[in-house]
Every structure is written in C-alpha cells, then in structure tokens.
Design a protein around this ligand. Sequence first.
Ligand code: 5GP
Ligand code: MN
Length: 342
Amino acid sequence: MQNLEAFKIEINSPKKVVITTHHKPDADALGSSLGLAGYLNKKGHDVTVISPTDYPEFLYWMKGNDTVIKYNEGGQEVSEKAIQEADLIFCLDFSSLNRINELGELVRDSKARKVLIDHHLEPEDFATYTLWSTEAAATAELVHQLIIDLGDGDMIDKNMAECLYAGIMTDTGSFKHPNTTKNVFMVCADLIGKGADTAKVAKLIYDTNSVERVKFLGYALNEKLKILPKYNTAYFAITENELKKFKSKTGDTEGLVNYALSINGIKLAAVIIDRTEAVKISFRSVGDFSVNEFARKNFEGGGHKNAAGGISYLSLDETVEKFEKLLEENKNELSTNLKTYA
Ligand code: 5GP
Ligand code: MN
C-alpha cells in the first residue's frame, strides 16, 4: 500500500468499518474478509461484513460466518445503514464496483474512505487506499501482508489464520497453479505457525460433499463433457433442470471446470450454466491464452489470465453457439499445440 503511514493512523483509532466482497463469494473472498474482520475487531473497530449474496455452505465453518450480512437475503436495510455510517469501507477480492451488484452504487455514494485489496486485473479507480497486486495468488495473501506491514503480525490467531489459509489454498488450486510462489509458501508457513490446521481446512472445503453433488459430477463427466480437439477446448453446458435434478446448491458446480482443463492438451475450459437470472460462465486456461481478455471482450466479465468468469443474457443454447463461434475466431491462438513440460 503506497500511503501506508496515513492508513496506519486511520486504523489506529476506532472506526465504523464495512468489509464487502464480490457476488457469490468464494473461499478467498470470504476468507480474506473474515480474516481481516478478526484483525479489525481486535483493533477495537466496529466491523460489519457484507456479502452481496449467499455463498457455499462449505465456507460456513469460518470464524465470523454467523455475523455476515447477506444483502440479498434480508440484509438490505442493515447494509444500507452500515454503508452510510461507515468511516472506512474495505473492498476485498474484486476490482470493479459492478461485481457487488446494487451494493456498488451504495459504496460509491458513501462518504466513507474506500480501501481496495485485490489481485484481479484492471482495477477501477475508486479507492483512497489501495493494496493491489496481480502477483499475489490470493487476496488473503495481501491481507496477511497488510497486517504484517502494520506491525501487527502477532495479532493473527488460529481462526484468522485458517480463514486466510483457505483463500490461498483455493486460489492456488491447492498449490498447483503457476501463482504458487515462494511468498505463498512463506505466508502459509506463517499461518501454520499461528495455528492454522491445514488438513482441517482442506477437509472442510473439499471433502464435505453431498451425495447429490458427487453424483452430479459423475453425470456431468459422463454425459455433458464436450471436447473440441480442433480448438484444444473442453466445456460443459448445464441446464437449469439438471441443476434441479441433482439438488444443486451454491458452490456445487465449483471445481467442475477443472476436470475439463485437466485433459491432456486442453488449453481452454469452460462451464456454462443456466442460472435463473442469466447464463454464468467460468473460464480456465493453461498457458498464454488469456481468459480474462476473452471474458472481458465477449461476456462482460474478467478475472485473471488463467481463471475468469463472465455472464450472458442469451439462452443457454445461444450462449453455447456464441462460445463456439468465438473459438473459431480465436482459432489461431487455440489450435496450436500446448507446450508441454516434457
Ligand atoms: P469462477 O470461475 O471461479 O467463478 O471465477 C474465476 C475468477 O474470475 C475469479 O477470480 C472471479 O472473481 C472472476 N470472475 C468470475 N465471474 C466474473 C464476472 O462476471 N466478472 C468479473 N469481472 N470477474 C469474474
Ligand atoms: Mn481471489
């Protein structure tokens, strides 16, 4: 953070603080928010964590989960009041205010000073204080850095450490993605030193599936995986009915895209899902193909070079058609063979 000294003065006297994160928060969004909330509570601030929407139940174990206001689930009034009265609003794990739905305008209009902590590409310029780095694997890594830079590393306890560890574990794909740097391991070593039980966190996030979720995975792999060798692309298109049939809950489709990406030679993977409001798309890539650019240009989305998301207001079939057409347009980049390690 460039103006750390000014921020330090702010943070050293009690404030009314709001922490907010993106639509359908994942483990990094929620973990960095609750890790930071734990710290700010200890510093004597009055902290409200607001999520624009619900989030997966496999994140409910995080300390502070029971205090999170869900804006779209009866939390509207409380959120509006907290945002209006806030001195400081932290925006975590997103870079543009449209990622927090209606909350975006409230945050923009609030007199509070804004603090952006994020690792996504192309941030919007709305914050007074910014801790932004695309080198960071996770926003949780940046929250850890901020607490250390403020000289408060000793205040990180087991609960905060587990929230932050969860963000780093998931955003590095369990330490498999190229964003797994030396610093990632240094930070995780520190978090383990603070008491983080890494086996517990992994179990709670990855291995608490419902039977329906596992069966849905089997169904999707068997029946729904489409491979287009010409473009080194594999994708799933999932209908609303299929979600209903497998009693799919928020978070149940998370990770599906990685199975498409795991196929040897695949450069681009997608999961295209018919949600009631719109069609939501997750993109992943290996190598130089930037799904951030692809999602930004074609699906009102964005994210990182190798992991991004977007949205479509066409029908599912039309969205798939548009996607396949775009593959043809990007044929030059996609059709060359993936560079392998061998
Ligand atoms: P996921 O596919 O796991 O939902 O998201 C992958 C990455 O892309 C995450 O970093 C997420 O924040 C970002 N992302 C997902 N959907 C969108 C979107 O609609 N707009 C933008 N700007 N980013 C998104
Ligand atoms: Mn993140």
